[in-house]
Design a protein around this ligand. Sequence first.
Ligand SMILES: [Mn+2]
Length: 246
Amino acid sequence: MFGRSASPATAVGDRVYAIGDVHGRADLLEQMLAAIGQHSAKLSAAQRLHIIFIGDIIDRGPDSRKALEILDEARHRMPELLVLLGNHEEMLLRALAGDESTIRGWMRVGGAETVKSFGLEPLLEGEDAVPWVAALRRAVPTAWAEWIATWPLTARSGDYLFVHAGVRPGVPLKRQVRPHFLWGHEAFLEDTRDHGAVIVHGHTIFPEVDIRRNRIGIDTGAYGSNRLSAICLDGTDQTVITVSGD
Ligand SMILES: [Mn+2]
């Protein structure tokens, strides 16, 4: 049984837009920011507006550099903007730190597209990683790397917890560990127990925003499906917003 009412709510006065994995689709990211602006303008003013990106801004899609540039520009004029860390940003940070085994794995899961967007060639099999890492550090603005390193793992509003991938079922929220927030847990998606909050997450692609009693999956696979989704949580209201590419 759930310990609270059947209708989860944001903290009083909070309106939260949570956006799914962008994965290098700078075009859909721009469309989504515009769509959120239009949606929010039609509602009465919230006491506190929050726009939360669920992580995995980079990799797989064609323009990770532009996606980061858009968010970096937006954060300076939108104090309500928050970007959570995803496992793909974790790989970028490890790559910048010179972790060679991470780099080689990262190239195979979409990192190649990210480094191309910064004007670099992917690290080849057998290629010396040391000069390649030096080139990556020159290509990625230091201010962006330092900013990404500050992206939090979670955010909370009322009954909702926002996190990139998920939690380990059966473990209290205060005892959850970083790897499950970033990479998920094999039992998370199908577990029906109360996790201590309704977990709003990305990382796993669903054809439509997946609204369950104990979690909401908002990743509709923008890089492959051409559809980037978000959910607006306002008190007990839940409204899905989706933007589509050409
Ligand atoms: Mn992910």
